[in-house]
Design a protein around this ligand. Sequence first.
Ligand SMILES: NC(=O)C1=CN([C@@H]2O[C@H](COP(=O)(O)OP(=O)(O)OC[C@H]3O[C@@H](n4cnc5c(N)ncnc54)[C@H](O)[C@@H]3O)[C@@H](O)[C@H]2O)C=CC1
Ligand SMILES: CC(=O)C(C)=O
Length: 243
Amino acid sequence: MKRVDGKVAIVTGGARGMGASHVQKLASEGAKVVFTDLDIEAGKALQEDIGPDVLFLEQDVTDADAWGSVIEEAAHTFGPVSVLVNNAGINYSAAMEEFSEDAYDRVIEVNQKAVFLGMKAVVPSMKQAGEGSIINISSIGGIRGRLESIAYSASKFAVTGMTKVAALELGQYGIRVNSIHPSLVNTDMFSENAGGGSVAGDRPLGRVLTKEEVSNLVLHLASDESSYTTGAECVIDGGLTAR
Ligand SMILES: NC(=O)C1=CN([C@@H]2O[C@H](COP(=O)(O)OP(=O)(O)OC[C@H]3O[C@@H](n4cnc5c(N)ncnc54)[C@H](O)[C@@H]3O)[C@@H](O)[C@H]2O)C=CC1
Ligand SMILES: CC(=O)C(C)=O
């Protein structure tokens, strides 16, 4: 028996980076996975690579109507949804004094409002499935300040709070809601925003986190192994925030 056999999962921002790694991990452990992204080319390529256990759909997570279609298509193809990984995210780096209002609004829309839209939209399907695990990808930037990331940090702190509210409200239906807080991972977001410099020395474990390690935590929270974990801030940072 695989670890998420029989579960139907949705992963947003699943075409590349950590999202793609979560899609691969969940599918390899028995889940049927619908993954969504704005990047159609990368999404289709990943679907072809993994095969019939996954389905790629184009989605802008900030579009409320699109959420209804994604959940309907997932249920139609694989059955009611029992796992949602709100992974899609963007960053924009600038000092607060130079930060434009447009950039602020977009980061909040994608990283914060879309998490609300996704959680709200998936609940009826999870009630039908009779179980649910919502996994919201925050960041260590959602538990402590991050330089030149005023909107990113605001959005990721909000995800921490929204996760707890949803956990309080949805526990009665057997739906668990948790947030994951990774430190830097070497993805395109990392190289686009952090200049790719080595930060390994800051971590007590002495190396940078990998996307596979984050996927292992996603898998644990998606599976019944974490059946009593809800409302939790799951930090995965090699001990960085222990300082
Ligand atoms: N890379 C890092 O160091 C860290 C990343 N995170 C978070 O992990 C998540 C994934 O990050 P990465 O894989 O590094 O990023 P990435 O930039 O490699 O991938 C993000 C994916 O989200 C998609 N996306 C962006 N806006 C979208 C929208 N409106 N609708 C649908 N899809 C959209 C992009 O097309 C892309 O495929 C994000 O929420 C990020 O904030 C958290 C901590 C550290
Ligand atoms: C990019 C990010 O979320 C970090 C470094 O916390």
